[in-house]
Design a protein around this ligand. Sequence first.
Ligand code: B12
Length: 467
Amino acid sequence: MSNFEKEIPLSESIEYVKLHLMKKTILLINPWIYDFAAYDLWIAPLGLLYIASFLRNNGYAVQIIDCLTSPPLETLPSGKQPRRFPSGHGKFLKESIEKPLILRGIPRKYNRYGIHPETFRKSLRDCLHPNLIFVTSMMTYWYPAVFDMINILKQEIPGVPIILGGNYVTLCHDHALKSGADLTISGEGEPQIPRLLKDMLGDECYFITNINDLDSYPYPAFDLRARWEQISILTSRGCPFRCNYCASHLLSSRYRRRNPIKVVDEIDYWYRSFGIKHFSFYDDALLVDPDEMAIPLFREIIKRDFACHFHCPNGLHLREITAELSRLMFRAGVKTLRFGFETSDIRRQLETGGKVNNEHLQLAITYLTEAGYRLQDIGIYLLCGMPGQSAAEVFETISYVKRCGARPIIAEYSPIPGTALWDAAVKASPYPISAEPLFHNNSMLPCQNEDFSYEMYQECKKRSRTS
Ligand code: B12
């Protein structure tokens, strides 16, 4: 008798059925976006994909609908496909929609970015019936899409508990209670989900033994996405800095880092198992204490000789750039460089956190160009529209960066509750930003004033683009 023919005892076959055929199903959703502007700069719902991986390891059937990742056949209203680049960035599907009433004074079109609601409804009908639904959220001002999504879920799959988490919930918890979700969870999901599964499904789950040991986390479940040209990598959680405009310290309990060699093992896994050649780092502080992370990380990448490219769309720290680090980054294949400089105004540099000064910018540009980078590859983020900031300061910063030879990139300030700059932002803004997260939207210049009007902001954008 072969293995296949051997009789299975009844108790074992019941276990088999329980394990494989009656798996509990959890549906994970990344909502689409409503905004004036959105570009897919290596965007992925990384937190949700980590959670998906934990759930899968615990035997759940996990399904993901990522409303930002279009199925191949969906097109723009013009009939065309959105333009995408092989390196994993590009345009989203986009359709103009009516602006929320309170934004009607903003002279820009408002759009839905991502799949059509009918495609979403159809995907829901094609899914296995879930026991639970997890919805994520990112920018605070993207909440209306989250609310709409929850509404559709309730119509299409009534009675299934919906749990909402993510940055919007962490930063605007009271507001998120109006979302219609059955439960809203602030903060990092991993340490909280076992308790949730016990309470809601009666299940004992194994997640992580130690929240401080990031190396014990499974790799995020990118393979469950409909399309994944690139993988987002986190070498750490949190940030050691406390810049007054940033919410990082509110989102992660403390600053923790992975072992750099284990990070390269992850890159190796995606590269060798799935042929992925593009990776984006999502860290808040990738280059800080370079001997502990960046130097061993890039050395190991060079040693393993991957034919891969690396992208850093989130701001890197200029002050850490040395001749050695520049050479390692260049040789390792770091192609997209973005640095957080914010302003050339010395007083504001100190006020925002003192992480960088003008000399750091000049030195970094010298080292990077000596290592082989072209000046136009060096993208410098400049914060624009902070409370009390004048247009003259931003104009001067743009020309300073240009005089140094690098490429200025405007990053409009988004006020975030709980940050050190929040109270000043509330005072400076002509909009009721504490009552309505839609006004946190960076594209509308939430803290504009007489010294910095919307027209001046457009002038800043123009000046940053012209040589
Ligand atoms: C990487 C990053 C980006 C990437 C893209 C990220 C993405 N997926 O969209 C890039 C560089 C493109 C980007 C751009 C911008 N960003 Co950004 N970004 C980040 C950053 C550093 C990390 C986000 C991340 O992936 N974290 C890691 C994962 C693991 O965490 P997570 O997704 O939050 O998930 C965890 C929890 O939230 C929770 N969770 C998540 N979902 C769920 C669901 C359930 C059910 C449960 C229980 C739990 C749960 O558990 C997860 C695991 O622990 C954050 C800061 C931060 N430290 O979070 C800023 C941040 C989100 N960005 C911010 C801003 C301002 C911007 C920009 C507007 C900057 C600018 N001025 O241009 C742009 C706008 C982007 C756009 N498309 O329009 C702000 C948010 C502002 C706001 N009002 O909400 C943040 C908070 C930074 C800050 N200034 O403080 N960003």
